[in-house]
Design a protein. Structure first.
Ligand code: DC
Length: 238
């Protein structure tokens, strides 16, 4: 058995705007575990493709690019995660709506997904991993010890996005944001490879009427009551 297989994994899947990024980061801090933001890999690949002026519908060139990109995630002095592409910080660009849409488009290609899979597995390191994305519990870590599917209503998710954009000083129109959220959901749920779905065995949480702290606590409670069936304590601190 591969030695990483004993390292506990908590997967958090869900659509965009469900709050899984914020919740996953908080959980990783509370548990003292590592964190994989798989969407950042797709987003960074999108930025690399744009920088190299690649045709975003050319699956072969995009797949070749996966091995050529030098991607690093480091914590800055404030403890925030910052992403570097070929040595250059790309955090602000990474979070834009434009790059989110590019990521969703290139994520439909099976070969692109396959090449990113190996990179994602390397994040499983001691003492544990919180993995956030669309296919963490279904494809990347199907035998994860703990699985959560986090969602919220389309309107709530769009409102959250809208608020984030306004706070960043980016002008936005709520109706356009709702349409964007719907379009992205359709693409992520209907692609043929690794579509967004509720993974088998996942705890389903609707965060529409919950605060971040409430959701974090609900997941932590779930971890305590759903210990894995392998006779261990699932890597949780007592
Ligand atoms: O989570 P996010 O918004 O950063 O993800 C951006 C896009 O990347 C998302 O719309 C679809 C794709 N993605 C994916 O296909 N699989 C993942 N595990 C994570 C993201």
């Amino acid at each position: 058995m591969n030695e990483r297989a004993n390292i506990p994994v908590l997967t958090i899947d869900g659509p965009s705007g469900s709050g899984k990024g914020t919740i996953s980061k908080r959980l990783a801090e509370r548990l003292g575990w590592n964190y994989l933001e798989s969407g950042a890999l797709y987003r960074a690949l999108g930025i690399a493709a744009i920088n190299k002026k690649l045709d975003l519908s050319n699956a072969k060139k995009l797949t070749e690019l996966v091995d050529g990109v030098d991607l690093e995630f480091k914590r800055n002095q404030q403890g925030r995660w910052v992403t570097y592409l070929d040595g250059e910080e790309i955090q602000r660009q990474l979070q834009t709506e434009k790059i989110g849409n590019v990521a969703s488009k290139i994520a439909v290609f099976p070969d692109v997904r396959r090449s990113l899979l190996a990179k994602q597995l390397t994040f499983r390191q001691s003492p544990g991993l919180v993995a956030d994305g669309r296919d963490m519990g279904s494809v990347v870590f199907p035998s994860a010890d703990y699985k959560v599917y986090l969602t919220a209503s389309t309107e709530e998710r769009a409102k959250r996005r809208y608020k984030q954009l306004i706070e960043k000083g980016i002008s936005a129109n709520l109706r356009d944001v709702i349409q964007d959220v719907e379009k992205r959901d359709q693409r992520d749920k209907n692609r043929s490879t690794s579509p967004l779905m509720v993974p088998e065995g996942a705890v389903y949480i609707d965060s529409s009427c919950k605060t971040i702290d409430e959701v974090v606590q609900q997941v932590l409670d779930t971890l305590k009551t759903n210990r894995p069936n392998n006779g261990t304590n699932g890597g949780l601190r007592q």
